[in-house]
Design a protein around this ligand. Sequence first.
Ligand code: HEM
Length: 407
Amino acid sequence: MSTAQIPDILSPEFAANPYPVYRAMRESAPLVWHEGMQSWIVSRYADVERVFKDKEAQFTTDNYNWQIEPVHGKTILQMSGREHSVRRALVAPAFRGSDLQEKFLPVIESNSRDLIDQFRTTGSADLVHDYATRFPVNVIADMLGLDKADHTRFHGWYTAVIAFLGNLAGDPEVAAAGERTRVEFAEYMIPIIRARRENLGDDLLSTLCAAEVDGVRMNDEDIKAFCSLLLAAGGETTDKAIASIFANLLMHPEQLAAVREDRSLIPRAFAETLRFTPPVHMIMRQSAVDVEVTGGTIPAGATVTCLIGAANRDENRYKDPDRFDLFREDLTATTAFSAAADHLAFALGRHFCVGALLAKAEVETGVNQLLDAMPDVRFADGFDPVEQGVFTRGPQTLPVRFTPLAA
Ligand code: HEM
């Protein structure tokens, strides 16, 4: 493909299969200016890694002022320096260590089990509709101590938020739906936050109300914005991750059999899924100064789109990058869920995903329980998974069949 023939990121051809386009960009257009998106685009692993790590303080996350603030309000993603580190220290402990293991693991296990119980005896399920789109958002609702009966509203809200974030073509209806979500979510959440402050419990929302670092606490608006971010950042992403790990394993039956036999392989299968089919395909930054990258100079003050989906398949970084192989030696599963990761699905640097260990706990629990419930799981006859989405991406539907276990 010559540079002139590379399909546009906003084209249907790209949405159908971005991977050949990513390859062409890495090879012959590693830095491109996209007029429609008003953004520079980088696609090679080394360039995306360098932007995320940002060792020389050349980039900011000011892009989130327009990309996300209109729907969430101001969140941790936009913050930098001390403001960011204080805010991160307020929220991070809930997503790792003893809080995660002791308080939230039982919540994860019971939410997964409840969903599987709905189809355990039927012999068929759609792993996207019946499981993946419900499990992570139910977990977050439960962690926050919200009413899971409001699931449909949560799902509607986070879908609208992610659509706003990924509104690369600037569709006014998508923008309006995102802004409506901000109003509706505040109307729902602020009274709950006020009531919780009066009556603190053991849930994450109470922890956020009470958390204090260096004399700093979060006000109602800050907490509402963070909860909105959690639903979107922790719902849609993990939902896609669970669907993708199953699609990848079902398409590679020998690797599925290996995981079924040895469950300690799940983190490797998840890490390889994050590399091969990342839930978030692109993340943006803003350049603070002129920056040299492969292929040219990004001028100061520009929006930069980092193509995670392209970088994670860079042939200069991974051998045979278009092959799903949980046994590959050039990806480290032990560091895959920390800022020392050698894939880019959680970004790297200061904004490295704060929920990575929660996502890992959800995926490990989910895959274990699903494999236990579905001993001979396979795709429904003739089914081939189809990925959907440009900004976030994952299988649209995953109909499976299995022999139910005797009660
Ligand atoms: C497989 C699942 C997940 C993926 C692929 C993912 C991806 C990402 C990425 C790429 C970023 C960096 C954004 C940037 O640098 O601009 C990020 C940040 C973040 N993620 Fe995740 N995420 C996942 C799960 C979760 C979960 C379960 C939660 C929490 C419930 C969560 C909460 C957050 C938060 C709060 C941030 C902002 C951190 C900061 O700005 O310091 N994520 N995530």
